[in-house]
Design a protein around this ligand. Structure first.
Ligand code: HSE
Length: 298
């Protein structure tokens, strides 16, 4: 028995929602194939473009997630896992989350849907913990559930899937430098003062209300972050200028995607997204930084 699945890349945090907001990018992501073997070995095939990714099932994200699922069921089952990465690890687009989500979903199908969707998110979170040291759910939930997700609670895990304006477009610029989530998590402050907490809560409330009622002014006013962006932006060359370019073009908001270095902008429609994308392409070219631009729906 075998299955091939696609898991979307994701934008985590989405401005003010550190570790609690995530959205899935339509059409950008990775393919993963799992086949049940007659042996009990888990074989992870090398990915030619990424020779540094570990292939041992105890270290590889797909291996870690698959083993946890099999262990839970008390099964010794051999697997062959082939991963086709479209998004580079360390991009801030949930590359490791894609692998974890794809593995959890695909293996569950081969196991006759032994687990619920929420359980699959929890298994996929083990992959995130192995990569970044923290079992954050924002990338894997968005990749598994799709659309726009809120992690309402971690203990117990509770995920809400909210509506958003269908014409909304996302532009992503991925400057080809690597930022490790583990590193960019460590630099964040561990505490926040009450006035900042109040501002941040107001921003999240405005963003979510704006998304669910298609109120673009509220989205724009909510897309401000006091937790991650002010600190992480130092790791991302040209962030402030790239953000200004997007906002001057009329974007509804712009922030860091996950832990960076990718950045994203919310746009009202396809044309605005193209315009921001073109400006960013030129901007990074002027900085002599290679970049990839993605235009996507949620
Ligand atoms: N919420 C996580 C973080 C996502 O910002 O560290 C990592 O992609």
């Amino acid at each position: 028995k075998k299955i091939k699945v696609f898991a979307p890349a994701t934008i985590a945090n989405v401005g003010p929602g550190y570790d609690i907001l995530g959205l899935a990018l339509e059409g950008v992501g990775e393919h993963l194939e799992i086949e049940l073997l007659d042996s009990d070995a888990i074989i992870i095939h090398p990915i030619p473009e990424y020779p540094d990714l570990p292939l041992s099932p105890n270290e590889n994200i797909a291996g870690i997630v698959a083993q946890a699922m099999l262990n839970q069921l008390g099964l010794k089952q051999g697997l062959s896992i082939k991963i086709e990465k479209a998004v580079k690890p360390g991009s801030g687009l949930g590359s490791s989350g894609c692998t974890a989500a794809a593995t959890a979903f695909a293996l569950n199908e081969l196991l006759d849907q032994a687990f619920s969707q929420l359980e699959l998110v929890e298994f996929a979170m083990l992959g995130e913990k192995a990569t970044s040291g923290k079992a954050h759910a924002d990338n894997v939930a968005a990749s598994l559930v799709g659309g726009f997700c809120i992690i309402k609670s971690y203990h117990p895990l509770e995920i809400l899937n909210i509506p958003f304006p269908k014409e909304l477009r996302i532009v992503v610029a991925h400057p080809q430098i690597e930022v490790k989530t583990a590193d960019s998590k460590k630099i964040l402050k561990k505490e926040m003062v009450l006035p900042d907490v109040i501002t941040q809560m107001g921003n999240i409330a405005a963003l979510i209300s704006g998304l669910t009622t298609s109120n673009y002014d509220w989205i724009r006013s909510g897309m401000n972050d006091l937790i991650a962006e002010p600190i992480r932006s130092y790791l991302i060359p040209g962030f402030a200028q790239a953000k200004s370019l997007a906002m001057e073009t009329g974007a509804l908001g712009c922030s860091i995607s996950g832990s960076g270095p990718s950045i994203f902008a919310f746009c009202e429609n396809e044309n605005q997204a193209k315009e921001v994308g073109d400006k960013w392409k030129q901007f990074y070219a002027d900085l002599e930084i290679d970049s990839k631009i993605y235009l996507s729906k949620i």
